[in-house]
Design a protein around this ligand. Structure first.
Ligand SMILES: C[S@@+](CC[C@H](N)C(=O)[O-])C[C@H]1O[C@@H](n2cnc3c(N)ncnc32)[C@H](O)[C@@H]1O
Length: 327
């Protein structure tokens, strides 16, 4: 499949043609930069993710930054998909970041993968995964709200770790449902609200300041202080005061994979802490509320709850687009 044939004009739904270094259609021109079609402004509210995933592009990739198959187990445990049953299916992945789940789908299944991300993280994904899939991988920079695909196009839709970082969670859920074929499955995970205490946490207390800081400065601040913060976190747990670690401005270090060298653990702690404090949007949700969003969007929820994964518990909703919903 040529690059232009993999995508349609996000505004008009019309087919696209190739014209030099651009895709053209519906009166619009979309540049192809570094081999990746761009259907949005290259700089937008996700710039912190672009920086993070281009700097830490291998840190979370199975077999590279981590030796255990952490992303593979997470993907298949959360979706309950059988790799062999995905052969030949068209899968949409929204918010692919540096491509840890793209890699799993390309290497462990024979599905055709269409991945988008709104940030320049697509460049990290291309470096990580462009060589896999032999024509089965189609990657673009685009927003969940303006995807370069027709409605009702996909056999499966996957969106992991993304929805809380979009400005309108419910509009994002509905956008995912629209791209699924009637009867096709959509699987998402997201940050859960567990109770009133969820936002009583250093992350939500400090984010009003940190998300406005220059990103490079925030990263330097985290890098300078990560060792002391990791030590303080361990000391509080040893003293039986683990509940106080929520007030330390660092990721919960119990969620860091154990199969890592100390240097890789430190790098992951820096990455995950930057990921807590830098994004423009961070809107955790109650699982029941997300299930209701799917029902309002025209999908039948088949699972809504927590799934055990290597790094803790993930809040997951699986749903099927209702038959009869036009595509
Ligand atoms: C925490 S990262 C998760 C990346 C990847 N799914 C993973 O788990 O490694 C969230 C990603 O969502 C992307 N994102 C945020 N808003 C988006 C939007 N409107 N459309 C598409 N992607 C978006 C960000 O650019 C970022 O790469």
């Amino acid at each position: 499949m040529t690059v232009s044939a993999a995508f349609t004009d996000p505004r008009t739904g019309e087919p696209l043609g190739d014209d030099g270094d651009s895709l053209v259609g519906g009166g619009a021109r979309y540049p192809v930069v570094a081999g990746i079609p761009r259907f949005c402004e290259i700089e937008n509210y996700t710039a912190s993710f672009g920086m993070q995933w281009n700097l830490f592009e291998r840190t979370q990739i199975d077999g590279e930054g981590v030796s255990l198959p952490i992303s593979s187990s997470r993907l298949f445990d959360e979706t309950a998909w059988e790799p062999a049953q995905l052969a030949g299916l068209d899968i949409l992945e929204v918010g692919s970041g540096a491509g840890r789940f793209s890699r799993v789908i390309l290497k462990e299944t024979q599905a055709n993968l269409f991945s988008i991300d709104y940030s320049s993280a697509v460049e990290a994904n291309m470096r990580n995964n462009g060589r896999f899939g032999a024509g089965r991988f189609h990657l673009a920079q685009a927003s969940i709200y303006e995807m370069p695909f027709p409605d009702g196009r996909f056999d499966k839709v996957l969106c992991l770790g993304v929805l809380q970082h979009t400005p309108d969670f419910e509009a994002s859920v509905h956008a995912l449902i629209r791209k699924a074929k009637p009867g096709a499955e959509i699987v998402v995970d997201f940050y859960p609200v567990r109770g009133w205490w969820t936002k009583l946490h250093a992350k939500y207390l400090l984010r009003p300041f940190t998300r406005r800081m220059p990103r490079e400065r925030l990263l330097r601040l985290i890098e300078r202080n990560i060792d002391q913060l990791m030590s303080a976190s361990r000391a509080l747990r040893r003293a039986g005061l683990g509940s106080l670690t929520r007030f330390l401005p660092i990721v919960d270090i119990r969620t860091l994979p154990l199969d890592m060298t100390p240097a890789a653990r430190r790098e992951t702690a820096v990455l995950d802490t930057f990921d807590m404090f830098s994004p423009e949007h961070d809107h955790p949700q109650r699982i029941a509320d997300v299930a209701a969003m799917f029902e309002r969007g025209g999908a039948t929820v088949t699972f809504a709850g927590f799934v055990e994964i290597a790094t803790g518990q993930a809040a997951v909703v699986r749903a099927v687009r209702k038959p009869g919903q036009n595509g």
